[in-house]
Design a protein around this ligand. Structure first.
Ligand SMILES: [Zn+2]
Ligand SMILES: [Zn+2]
Length: 134
């Protein structure tokens, strides 16, 4: 498949840069190079064809090497964006298992990921986001 590079919206890029800074401030030698963030044509297609609104309809990892794919239309609050982005970084480090991904984030960064809202999306407490300067 041909790789289509598209830049995510500015707000997502900003939260992503904050997340990456947090990651590299806490762990100097990650097991993988700095991952990329890009919008994903597949998420948009899935949302159109199956009206997907669940967990995997905002971001995923493992589609392209060392890349987190995002849906460019997301308007989620920062606490969800941080939660999902960190969860996806957990996937890049550990593979496809959701529980392992969150476990990695907690063990490496001391960051608890909870599941909130009607869609039960990954969420990090805004207090922790402030305390940890994410
Ligand atoms: Zn993708
Ligand atoms: Zn997952």
């Amino acid at each position: 498949m041909k790789r289509i590079h598209t830049h995510p919206p500015e707000r997502l890029e900003r939260v992503w840069r904050r997340v990456l800074k947090f990651v590299y401030r806490n762990v100097q030698d990650l097991a993988f190079p700095p991952p990329a963030l890009q919008t994903c044509e597949k998420i948009a297609q899935d949302r159109q064809t199956s009206g997907l609104t669940g967990r995997r309809s905002f971001m995923h990892a493992g589609h392209y090497p060392n890349t987190v794919c995002v849906w460019k239309g997301t308007r989620l609050a920062d606490s969800f964006l941080v939660g999902i982005l960190m969860h996806e970084i957990g996937h890049l480090a550990t593979g496809a298992d959701d529980v392992l991904a969150d476990k990695y984030v907690f063990e490496m960064f001391g960051l608890p990921i909870l599941y909130k809202g009607p869609l039960k999306l990954e969420w990090v407490d805004p207090k922790i986001i402030r305390q940890r300067r994410i």
